[in-house]
Design a protein around this ligand. Structure first.
Ligand code: ISE
Length: 345
């Protein structure tokens, strides 16, 4: 039975894991490019997309990978050792369950699934299988800024943590997007990072809303989430999906004796005409390029540093508590079920 540290490899040749990529849109294409150009020990073995032309384009760019007409055929194919799922969120559950049934390691883009019930079914299937096959694509866990912050916190450099201020901005979202999507699609990263950074659960959430931006096309945007952890750390998250000026993610952790800041300043900046300017990316791919690369390499190496199915369940569970808090305007207690034995560290 496969363990996270035992990625299968092509028989007889060099150790190369053949990855089947399901979903070749923005994220799937980017993952396929990284697997081809920037990750060692792997290659794209096959691709599937509902848009056949898009799949063929990514297959050609990946050195001639096979194009599958059926995602389930890709999953069970003997020429595919492990599967990367980057299709639409609603399809994740079926594909992940099929990977578990086939006993193949799977990296599923976040969210693991859109509902708490679907995430619970996935966790149950993995427990039934008896060993861990699922990794969830919370790539910030590999971002050098966040890993540096965690290392300083763990080393005691800033004393006990008290507060964390997070900023998460996108230039533009689809007009008419429900306010809940800002939480389930974007802030879910901070929900994961808070659990990972402090190594404890979020026990209470509240969502505050200013008047919506006139640029947001009717969406409740921005929002301010306030998360309370088990030990009493408060983390606030500004989530602003129509900030217009660019993509930006940064945060500051405040401890009893110091603070740690995560930002991603490009190495080049311009001073001219009384201004000091630096470029901002248009979306998350350049900002988290190194995090995506390290995440994939960790997965291919079987190092198991990524988020587990339980982490995916927990993030969706807390996200839905935030959505309830957004709707009611009240604070919501978050009571996660006990961690199953398979996921205990
Ligand atoms: C997007 O779906 C992502 O996952 C990005 O990492 C996040 O920063 C962005 O807000 C989401 O829309």
């Amino acid at each position: 039975m496969l363990q996270p540290g035992q990625m299968p490899a092509e028989a007889g040749g060099p150790t190369v894991t053949r990855i089947g990529v399901i979903g070749t849109g923005v994220m799937g294409a980017d993952h396929a490019r990284l697997l081809t150009e920037a990750v060692s020990g792997a290659r794209v073995g096959g691709v599937f997309d509902v848009d056949g032309g898009r799949a063929r384009g990514v297959a050609a760019a990946s050195g001639g990978a096979r194009v599958f007409a059926d995602p389930y055929a890709l999953i069970v194919d003997d020429g595919i050792d492990a599967v990367l799922i980057a299709s639409s969120d609603a399809t994740h559950e079926d594909y992940v369950l099929a990977c578990v049934a086939a006993g193949k390691p799977v990296l599923c883009e976040k969210p693991l699934a859109p509902t708490v019930e679907a995430c619970a079914r996935i966790v149950e299937a993995e427990i039934e299988h008896g060993s861990r096959l699922i990794t969830v694509g919370f790539m910030r866990r590999f971002d050098p800024g966040y890993t540096g912050m965690r290392a300083l916190l763990t080393a005691g450099e800033i004393g006990a943590p008290l507060l964390m201020h997070n900023v998460h901005r996108n230039p533009a979202a689809v007009p008419g997007l429900p306010g809940s999507a800002l939480i389930t699609n974007s802030a879910v990263h901070e929900l994961d990072i808070v659990r990972w950074l402090f190594g404890e659960e979020i026990v209470e959430v509240a969502v505050h809303t200013p008047r919506p931006s006139g640029q947001a096309g009717g969406t409740q945007d921005p929002q301010l989430l306030v998360l309370t952890t088990e030990s009493g750390v408060l983390a606030d998250v500004e989530i602003f999906a129509n900030a217009r000026y660019g993509y930006e993610v940064r945060c500051e952790l405040v401890g009893e004796t110091g603070t740690v800041t995560v930002d991603a300043p490009p190495p080049t900046s311009l001073r001219r005409g009384g201004l000091h300017a630096r470029a901002l990316p248009g979306d998350w791919r350049p900002r988290f390029a190194e995090a995506y690369r390290l995440e994939l390499q960790d997965w291919i190496d079987g190092a198991a540093g990524g988020a587990s199915a339980w982490d995916g369940f927990a993030a969706t569970f807390v996200a839905h508590a935030c959505v309830a808090a957004l709707t009611s305007g009240d604070r919501h207690a978050v009571e996660l079920p006990p961690v199953p034995a398979l996921y205990r560290r």
